[in-house]
Design a protein around this ligand. Structure first.
Ligand code: BG6
Length: 608
């Protein structure tokens, strides 16, 4: 997935474009480029690599002009290089694009047959050439004809040299937001690129196009019919999208988890009444809840791990059968349609293509569709029947941390609410759970005190080739998440396994070189987990144990033992996740990796 930006106004466009691209770099960072118009004078500059490389290519003189577009790339079609970097130009048109033009090969062949030349391997260049081929002096008409021919997903930013007083935009599938200002307009794939300039935004819907002029914006639907631009106010302050003195966004976001957790439950808990209050935005009315027979959770990556914990919450607290599906698998599974299914899509960005498609698919049986998202106004949130927002604030680092623990907080609230409303949980039981929840932010704060010990531990294991993570019950998904964090940013081969599964395979990996992370809180599965720990020791594996109450037994067997604060078994996964995030962070740091922008990854993948 790529990041696109645009600006039209009276200020020099280049610094605004570069700043916007830097804030979107988490979306893709293998090449970048800008195009700036000064009157009818067009300058395009592109380079392979990160924004810093583009700035070097541009040079200290900069580029004059108050109208421009920019792009940072995550390659899908055509290898990362200058020729394949955006913007792409054909005739008077210059285009930046996020998404995939699925019929680009057929269109390219036809256009080449008509004598048009191509200089890149990308699907995007076809859009520029199509615009050129349809242009008869009216760019808006050329755009309409082009959109009628292309298939796939796109967020487009388009300049036409012959119309130097406007910027065109179009959206189908990939996210696109317009920021409105006094005498200037901004275009971006995501809010962090424009909140330094405005917090009044307009989200483009699927099939819509927009014309941005310094003085205002015009939006038209797929049929070309004009529509009112409804602005939304973004509550995030620009500073929240900064690193705030931390070396990396990931470390900052790990340390923001007490606030993220608190903000996620603060308006949804009434301790006086001992009840959970979910507002209209969530949309779970008594009538809808009465019809729920089962819950299906859909997600990808870290959000899928949150779903696996949520499954336990829903079954044990709400008494509802639940299943968790990998969105990329579910969408091709042809599960029989069924009444009474509450479909929950979990997505930090609200833009992950597989989750969106599975959500649409999953909801096709007519059940209520609830989104658990972090980004306000994101596509999945807007396409849902109800939204339960996590309030973690902007998550910039590619590896998800505070969104994970906020998702667990939100799923805990959802399960308590359903349990409360379905009469499964008594008021006293709900009150007890809420008392534990209200104490959680402070406990997360105490778990963050493991930052230093995790840094020391990371020094010890920074050269490890492999690492195994073991957990049971609600902590099995935390073992998966710990392994994913280590894989994502330190590139160490790590696997998460259910403790009981170890003897059916991964135990073969164990030798005196292999660090084995064991999650052993003193809950109902402790004795079984301790048995696994002994099996690892028996094969001379290196045990790194995390618990909520140490003791002679663990001290005797664990090579490294760390304690997180004690809470109820439902919330223990949140506290156990914290040191695993820190460990992965410090191993990646010790290995000198780019923690916030790990290789080959992107913050959310908006293409299939
Ligand atoms: C991946 C990110 O691309 O998408 C992960 O690198 C994330 O961190 C996953 O968990 C799912 O993203 P989202 O936004 O749908 O939760």
């Amino acid at each position: 997935m790529c990041g696109i930006v645009g600006y039209i106004g009276s200020r020099p466009a280049l610094p605004i474009l570069i700043d916007g691209l830097r804030r979107l770099e988490y979306r893709g960072y293998d090449s970048a480029g800008v195009a700036v118009l000064a009157g009818r004078e067009l300058t395009v500059c592109r380079s392979a690599g990160k924004i810093a490389a583009l700035e070097t290519a541009i040079g200290p003189a900069g580029i004059p002009g108050t109208l421009g577009i920019g792009h940072t790339r995550w390659a899908t079609h055509g290898r990362p290089c200058e020729e394949n970097a955006h913007p792409h130009r054909s005739g008077p048109f210059v285009v930046v694009h996020n998404g995939i033009i699925e019929n680009h090969l057929a269109l390219k062949k036809r256009l080449q047959g008509r004598g048009y030349a191509f200089s890149s391997e990308t699907d995007t260049e076809v859009v520029a050439v199509l615009l050129h081929s349809h242009y008869r002096g009216d760019a808006r008409r050329a755009l309409a004809k082009t959109l009628a021919e292309i298939e796939g997903s796109y967020a487009l930013g388009i300049l036409c040299i012959e119309e130097p007083d406007r910027l065109y935009a179009a959206r189908e599938g990939s996210p696109l937001v317009i920021g409105t200002g006094a005498g200037e307009q901004f275009l971006a794939s995501d809010v962090p690129a424009l909140i330094a300039h405005t917090r009044e935004v307009v989200y483009l819907e699927n099939g819509e196009t927009a014309v941005l002029r310094a003085g205002g914006i015009e939006i038209a639907d797929a049929a070309g019919k004009a529509r009112q631009a409804r602005t939304r106010h973004i509550p995030w302050d620009p500073v929240s999208a900064e690193r705030g003195g931390y070396k990396h966004f990931m470390l900052k976001e790990i340390h923001e988890q007490p606030t993220a957790c608190l903000d996620t439950f603060r308006t949804r808990v009434s301790q006086e009444k001992g009840s959970v209050i979910l507002d209209d935005e969530v949309g779970l009315t008594p009538k809808i809840m009465a019809g729920i027979r089962r819950v299906r959770l859909l997600a990808c990556g870290t959000s899928w791990h949150a779903g696996l914990v949520g499954e336990h919450y829903l079954e044990r607290l709400a008494g509802l059968p639940a299943e968790v599906d990998l969105a990329s698998e579910f969408r091709y599974r042809e599960a029989p349609a069924e009444d009474g299914v509450l479909t929950v899509a979990i997505s930090q960005s609200g833009e992950t293509a597989d989750t969106r498609a599975a959500f649409l698919e999953g909801g096709s049986s007519g059940g209520f569709r609830l989104a658990v998202c972090n980004v306000l106004g994101s596509s999945i949130a807007r396409e849902a029947d109800g939204v339960l927002y996590t309030h973690a604030g902007p998550e910039i680092s590619v590896a998800s941390t505070k969104a994970f623990t906020s998702q667990l907080t939100a799923l805990y609230l959802l399960a308590l609410f359903l349990g409360q409303e379905r009469g499964r949980l008594s008021r006293a039981e709900v009150a007890k759970h809420l008392a534990d929840l209200v104490r959680l932010p402070a406990l997360i704060g105490r778990a963050l005190a493991l930052d230093r010990p995790m840094s020391d531990l990371a020094q010890r294991f920074a050269k490890s080739r492999d690492c195994l993570y073991l957990g049971r019950g609600m902590n099995f998904p935390v073992a998966l998440e710990g392994a994913l964090k280590l894989k994502e940013i330190s590139y160490v081969h790590a696997e998460g396994y259910a403790g009981g599964e170890m003897k059916h395979g991964p135990i073969a990996l164990i030798d005196s070189e292999l660090p084995v992370v064991v999650l052993a809180p003193r809950d109902g599965s402790f004795s079984k987990m301790y048995g696994n720990l002994e099996e690892v020791k028996a094969r001379r594996g290196i045990v790194i144990a995390f618990t909520d109450r140490a003791g002679k037994d663990l001290h005797a067997k664990a090579d490294h033992l760390f304690t997180v604060p004690r809470t109820n078994p439902f919330l223990a996964p949140i506290l156990l996740a914290v040191p695993l995030q820190l460990f992965a962070y410090h191993v990646a740091e010790a290995r000198g990796h780019d923690v916030d922008q790990p290789r080959n990854l992107a913050k959310s993948v908006t293409v299939e």
